[in-house]
Structure formats: structure tokens, C-alpha cells
Design a protein around this ligand. Structure first.
Ligand code: C5P
Length: 311
């Protein structure tokens, strides 16, 4: 006698934050986006998204940043779950629970991470068995950073950030993240970047070989020197205190410091876990950031951690 495969009652997916090691921004396109050349690294600061079959579509958010996350129809993870339900012709609603550890509006793709996690979790919950390419295509319609949250590791991205190619790299890197008390909306930072560059010719973006060389040889010192972000000046114009944060981290011995993505989180690269801990203590004592965290990278992208089966 054969038995039907067990259908999981709920599925939990763990998903990482990202930093951009390099972010080159081209001119504004007709669709409002900007062509990018960027290098993403997934780092060990995670959200967890659990999905279960429910009576109605709903999302609950827990964790330190929960009050900052919308729980209405605009929630990106809920939108992701509804999108994959439509794709799989699933009529049963799902109930989502997000444990949020990634700062909100921090330039670390926290909302995108939750959307990627919701796609993967729902795929497992409903046994749809979509392959990574299908999930990635759906991810790109939800946001530019969502495909990378599925993939993780280190990737070079083009287009608006959704076209990915994996990067071969050695070593593990130790980051310190200085989190601001106030988020920065991504569209505002891109608009400010356009404003600051008005009247100057903006070339098509291209990645520099410095980052690739540093990653291939696992050279944290060289990587620290090569960190670059075209959105950094815009983020600093909108939150001038970020300059002081970067200066403090470099003064306390970071190998490099950069605004992460559209900010305002500042990511510092350090030489070792001990150096990261020292830098955390120094930055916390200096009181330049609302919160200071440590994370290692690269780490894997979204992955299922629990999928208990029905008995
Ligand atoms: O793709 P996503 O929804 O995450 O993008 C949020 C906003 O960031 C966009 O509406 C746009 O203003 C800006 N953006 C951009 N160019 C990109 C990615 C994002 O201008 N490549």
C-alpha cells in the first residue's frame, strides 16, 4: 500500500540580510529604476518566516523591529505568498509569522528577505515544487533584491539588481553593523543621488576588478579598501550623522566602512572575530549608533529550517 506524501502543517524559512560590497548606479531609466552593477554578500543576520494553512490571509510580525513593519496588504512577504498561491492555483489562504531581526529600512534588504522566505516557505507548504529559476523570476517581480535573498552567498548583479551571477570567493568576513534609529526609504535615496548628480554625465555602471581580486584571494584588507557605494553621498546628505559613524569606525580600526545599500546602516569590515568584537565595544561606547551588531559572511540564502509533517 502506498501512502500520499505528508503535507507539512507549517514551514519555517530562515533568510539572511545583505550588504553591497560595491554599488555602482547608472542613470535613471525611463521606468524609474536605475541600472546597477553591484556585488552582494549575504551575512549572518537572519529573519525567520513561518507559513501555515489559515482561514484568512494574515501576517504577524514579532521581534525587535516588529512595530516598524506593516501588517496590511502592503506587507511584501504577504504579497509574495499571494503571488505564489496564484501561480500554483492554491485557493487556501496562508497565515504568516515573521520573526524580524534584520533592521527595517536599513539598506540590508530586510523586506526583500522576508518576501524571498515567504516564496520558499509557501512552495514547501503547498508542495508546489517550483524550481529555483521559477522562484527567482517571481522574486524579481516583487523587488530588485528579492532574487539575491533566495540565492545568498556572494553574487554580482546587474539590471536593476535582479540579474545574478555567483562569485567565487575564499574566506569568511567579519562585519560590524552600525544601525541607525531612523530608516531611509530606498526611493528617497535614489532620488537624492539623482539630484546630487544632476548636470554631471553619469556613465553606464560597471564593477571594478578590485573587489573580485580581493574576494578571489580572500584578502580582507584589500576588500576593505575596495568597498564603494554610489548611494553613500546621498544617504549622508539625508542623514548627515552617518559621516561621523563611518569616521568613528575607521578610527577604531575597521579595514573599511561603507553605507550598506541605500542606508542608513553602516557596514564595517574587520580582520577577525576578535577585531569585530573590539569594534562593537568601541562604537557602542562612543554612542554614535543606536545599535551595533556583528555578522559573518558569506552565508547561504533562504532555506527551510522546519517543516513538520502531518501525522
Ligand atoms: O525594486 P525595489 O522595489 O526594491 O525598489 C525600491 C525602489 O528603489 C524603487 O521604486 C526605485 O525608486 C529604487 N530603485 C532604483 N533602481 C534600482 C533599484 C531600486 O531606482 N535598481
Amino acid at each position: 500500500m502506498t501512502t500520499a506524501p505528508a503535507v507539512p502543517r507549517s514551514v519555517t524559512v530562515r533568510v539572511p540580510a545583505k550588504v553591497n560590497l560595491e554599488l555602482r548606479v547608472g542613470p535613471r531609466r525611463r521606468d524609474g529604476y536605475h541600472d546597477l552593477a553591484t556585488v552582494f554578500m549575504a551575512i549572518g543576520l537572519h529573519d525567520e518566516v513561518s507559513v501555515a494553512v489559515g482561514d484568512e490571509w494574515q501576517v504577524e510580525v514579532v521581534g525587535p523591529y516588529a512595530p516598524l513593519v506593516p501588517t496590511d496588504g502592503s506587507n511584501l512577504a504577504l504579497r509574495a505568498a499571494k503571488l505564489i498561491a496564484e501561480r500554483g492555483a492554491v485557493t487556501q489562504p496562508a497565515s504568516l509569522r515573521i520573526h524580524k531581526e534584520i533592521p527595517v529600512a536599513g539598506g540590508m534588504a530586510g523586506g526583500s528577505a522576508d518576501a524571498a522566505a515567504a516564496l520558499l516557505a509557501c512552495d514547501h507548504l503547498w508542495g508546489l515544487g517550483l524550481d529555483r529559476d521559477e522562484l527567482s523570476q517571481m522574486a524579481a517581480t516583487l523587488g530588485s533584491d528579492v532574487p539575491f535573498a533566495l540565492t545568498g552567498g556572494i553574487a554580482i548583479a546587474s539590471g536593476r539588481g535582479e540579474q545574478l551571477a555567483p562569485v567565487l570567493a575564499r574566506g569568511s568576513y567579519h562585519w560590524v553593523l552600525a544601525v541607525s534609529s531612523t530608516g531611509l526609504p530606498t526611493p528617497r535615496v535614489y532620488a537624492e543621488c539623482d539630484r546630487l548628480r544632476r548636470g554631471t554625465g553619469v556613465a553606464a555602471p560597471g564593477p571594478s576588478p578590485l573587489i573580485m581580486t580581493a574576494l578571489r584571494s580572500g584578502d580582507a584588507q584589500a576588500l576593505g579598501r575596495a568597498l564603494a557605494n554610489d548611494l553613500q553621498e546621498a544617504a549622508i546628505t539625508l542623514q548627515p550623522g552617518l559621516r561621523q559613524v563611518i569616521d568613528a569606525g575607521l578610527e577604531y580600526g575597521a579595514l573599511g566602512g561603507i553605507v550598506s545599500g541605500s542606508g542608513p546602516t553602516v557596514a564595517f569590515l574587520t580582520a577577525s572575530p576578535e577585531a569585530a568584537l573590539d569594534l562593537c565595544v568601541s562604537l557602542a561606547a562612543a554612542g554614535v549608533a543606536a545599535e551595533v551588531k556583528r555578522a559573518r559572511g558569506p552565508v547561504h540564502g533562504a532555506h527551510v529550517v522546519t517543516a513538520p509533517a502531518l501525522d
